[in-house]
Design a protein around this ligand. Structure first.
Ligand SMILES: NC(=O)c1ccc[n+]([C@@H]2O[C@H](COP(=O)([O-])OP(=O)(O)OC[C@H]3O[C@@H](n4cnc5c(N)ncnc54)[C@H](OP(=O)(O)O)[C@@H]3O)[C@@H](O)[C@H]2O)c1
Length: 327
């Protein structure tokens, strides 16, 4: 089968199509014939050696796909060969065939194209696990989401709306602000021009928010804590501005704050299956009802994966970037 290889230097230009063996699904796994693969920022981190695949996972890039079930390993019920699906993968999505645990597979969501469906699993598993399971976002609450126009950010806007919460987002320019407003954010904050702490206080009459979903880290960490109201939760999912910060823990004690965070890839298959089950129960019916959108900014043929990575590096995109693998 054809798949994308990268390296040895860390550059989008190193991405190239090569031939390799079709993976063989083991116990509890399915093999998917891939139609589309989602591109995520963690793929860029893996390319640069900062997000290595967990033991046993394919070294090929690609954390989410859509396509059809091509083969079943022993004990991979209830999936059937030929079924249209999308799936979170342990890696290996930038390929014509990809294997993944059966518990990480979802039916093709109704109302979505196969390209849109490929952009859902990594984003929605992450947003659900962090906003709902860790962040405990409840109806009537307020959440601040950094990177509102990212794939993760747009899904967070939809999830906040689904749960009856108010969502404020930070964005890097006016065009992204307009996009997020139309998409459903209650307010946007241009982080290049405005101090998000002051803006959140203004937007909430000094009360602050209940949850912050942070993909920035570094100096954002103490600032995030300062916009949380009593019993607030800071959930960290990436550290684009660094993993270290100085915190005044008086704020944490005074306001009974929770600081937490997670990464999706090292979670166990049973943990991912629990998230999959929650998405199937809570989010997939909302897709069918047209209440969840996936915005695909650009689709590239798999052979142009390097252009997809360059676009993500540029930060010009809004929402998802996907690779078309077949068809
Ligand atoms: N923990 C996990 O399991 C997990 C899983 C998937 C993804 N992630 C992380 O989630 C983030 C989004 O992923 P993605 O694939 O959707 O990537 P993406 O589309 O490239 O998004 C990156 C986002 O970071 C924002 N950003 C950068 N610096 C910022 C700052 N100083 N203030 C506010 N926002 C800032 C960008 O905003 P502008 O474009 O407006 O500048 C952009 O929206 C990435 O950092 C990724 O590593 C974590």
């Amino acid at each position: 089968m054809k798949h994308i290889a990268f390296g040895p230097e860390d550059s989008a230009d190193s991405l190239r199509v090569v031939d390799g063996p079709v993976p063989v699904p083991g116990p509890g796994e399915v093999l998917i014939e891939v139609d589309y693969a989602g591109v995520n920022r963690p793929d860029l981190l893996q390319r640069s050696g900062k997000y290595p695949p967990p033991p046993g996972a394919s070294p090929v890039l690609g954390l989410e796909v859509s396509g059809r079930i091509a083969a079943l390993g022993p004990g991979s019920d209830p999936w059937r060969v030929g079924e249209a699906v999308c799936a979170l993968t342990p890696g290996g999505g930038y390929a014509e065939f990809c294997k993944t645990p059966a518990g990480q597979v979802l039916p093709m969501p109704s109302g979505m194209t196969p390209g849109q469906a490929a952009g859902m699993p990594e984003t929605w598993f992450t947003v659900w696990a962090n906003l709902v399971d860790l962040g405990r976002l409840a109806p009537g609450e307020r959440v601040l989401v950094h990177g509102g126009s990212s794939g993760i950010g747009l899904a967070a806007i939809d999830l906040a709306r689904l749960r009856g919460a108010q969502c404020f987002v930070t964005v890097g320019d006016e065009e992204k602000a307009r996009f997020c407003q139309v998409f459903g954010a209650h307010a946007t904050i241009d982080y290049r021009k405005e101090d998000f702490v002051a803006r959140v206080q203004e937007l909430t009459a000094g009360e602050g928010v209940d949850v912050v979903l942070d993909m920035v880290g570094g100096d954002y960490i103490p600032r995030n804590l300062s916009v949380l109201r009593r019993d607030g939760r800071l959930v960290i999912i990436a550290l684009q501005r660094g993993a270290r910060a100085e915190i005044d823990f008086n704020v944490v004690m005074r306001n009974r704050l929770v600081i937490t965070g997670s990464t999706m890839r090292p979670r166990t298959t049973p943990e991912k299956t629990q998230i999959r089950d929650a998405l199937r129960r809570e989010v997939w019916p909302a897709c069918a009802a047209g209440r969840i959108r996936t915005h695909v900014h650009a689709t590239f043929p798999m052979a142009e994966a390097r252009e997809a990575h360059k676009l993500m590096e540029s930060g010009r995109h809004v929402g998802k970037i996907v690779l078309q693998v077949s068809g």
